[in-house]
Design a protein around this ligand. Structure first.
Ligand code: BDR
Ligand code: CA
Length: 349
């Protein structure tokens, strides 16, 4: 497939979360993704619930052998914030998964990131899908981390787009702006490998609709009508395929949220787009820009202030995604995750 990199060793740092869970499914469904570990940070739900959700989702996807490590349980300096109205009280919308069977890693997420990066210098891609707390701790412990990693791809920020938490602020940066500042600063002299940032500018183009859900169910060999369950809050999907059922129930919550706040019945699947772009950079077009994080605003703390006109005269420090091929991504998501759902059922029967 053009643009798809062969064998990408990944560490995924996430705050699972509905769209994080879809990103994990996408990674598990992608032949070229070698998931080295998944590290957990608080954000959509608290960090312990993230660790629970992450393991349950990896087990659902047949990736139960992946090491899952818990990170710091609060932002660097601010209180913990979560968003149950967006992702549900436990972070997975209306979906319910069996409790995770696999134990958590004994390593701290930040130690894991540092140790793996030191063990394989220049090889690992780090994909962050939540607040940047774990990454900030890791880089404070190992300032060489930006040189030890091959790439850092993040979902975070709102560059030329409105925010989704405050008028100019995106959720992942909002939760721990100091951590974002630490991480961006640590990468600021990495001109040969700037972080690739997918903000709301592009992730809000990845709109997953009920029609996509029907296509995914069909691809998985499930009945399309099993996939969509509009109705009472306890109206769970009746799909026999566990992955289809999970996605339908998780996404129904997310779609209801978007219909209340964003004016359409569907869902932005931010994190899967970032994960997909880490595996296939051709999904996005980026521009090298100078970005800084507002820490002292009265209205704008957490804003990813972007120097579009280069008035600061500082060198670019972030490759900001300005365009994304959303339809290729959505087709690929359906093909891969639907294909995984079909394969796992066939293996089990
Ligand atoms: C980001 O915030 C979270 O709610 C999502 O999981 C995504 O990572 C979008 O702003
Ligand atoms: Ca997330």
């Amino acid at each position: 497939m053009p643009g798809v990199v062969d064998g990408v060793p990944l560490i995924i740092d996430c705050d699972t979360g509905i769209d994080d869970s879809l990103a994990l499914l996408y990674a598990c469904a992608s032949a070229e993704a070698q998931i080295v570990a998944v590290t957990c940070v608080g954000g959509n739900v608290d960090a312990r619930q993230v660790a629970e959700n992450t393991r349950a989702v990896l087990e659902l996807a047949g990736c139960e052998d992946v090491e899952v490590a818990l990170g710091r349980e609060m932002p660097l300096v601010r209180p913990v914030q979560t968003t149950p109205e967006t992702h549900g009280p436990r972070g997975l919308g209306y979906a319910e998964l069996p409790p995770a069977r696999q134990p958590l890693s004994e390593r701290h997420a930040a130690d894991l990131i540092v140790a793996e990066a030191r063990a394989r210098p220049g090889e690992l891609t780090l994909v962050t899908l939540g607040p940047l707390t774990n990454l900030a701790v890791a880089v404070l412990r190992e300032p060489e981390l930006p040189r030890l990693l091959r790439r850092w791809v993040l979902m975070g920020g709102a560059y030329r787009a409105p925010g989704n938490t405050a008028p100019t602020v995106e959720w992942n940066i909002h939760c721990d702006p100091e951590a974002a500042k630490v991480a961006f600063t640590a990468w600021s002299d990495r001109v040969e490998s700037r972080p690739v940032a997918l903000g709301l500018d592009v992730t809000e183009r990845a709109k997953f609709t009920p029609e996509h859900m029907v296509r995914l169910a069909r691809r998985a060999g499930s009945q399309p009508e099993d996939a969509t369950s509009h109705g009472a809050h306890d109206d769970r999907s009746v799909a026999s395929n566990p992955i289809v059922r999970f996605i339908a129930d998780a996404l129904r919550f997310y779609m209801e949220f978007h219909s209340r706040y964003d004016g359409f019945y569907g869902a932005f699947i931010h994190d899967p787009l970032a994960l997909a772009a880490a595996l296939d950079p051709s999904l996005v077009r980026t521009e090298a820009l100078t970005v800084d994080v507002e820490l002292g605003g009265t209205l704008t703390t957490g804003e990813t202030v972007t120097d579009w006109r280069r008035v600061w005269g500082r060198p670019p420090n972030v490759d900001v995604a300005v365009e994304a091929n959303a339809s290729v991504f959505l087709d690929r998501f359906i093909e891969r995750v639907g294909g995984l759902a079909e394969r796992l059922v066939n293996v089990a029967s």
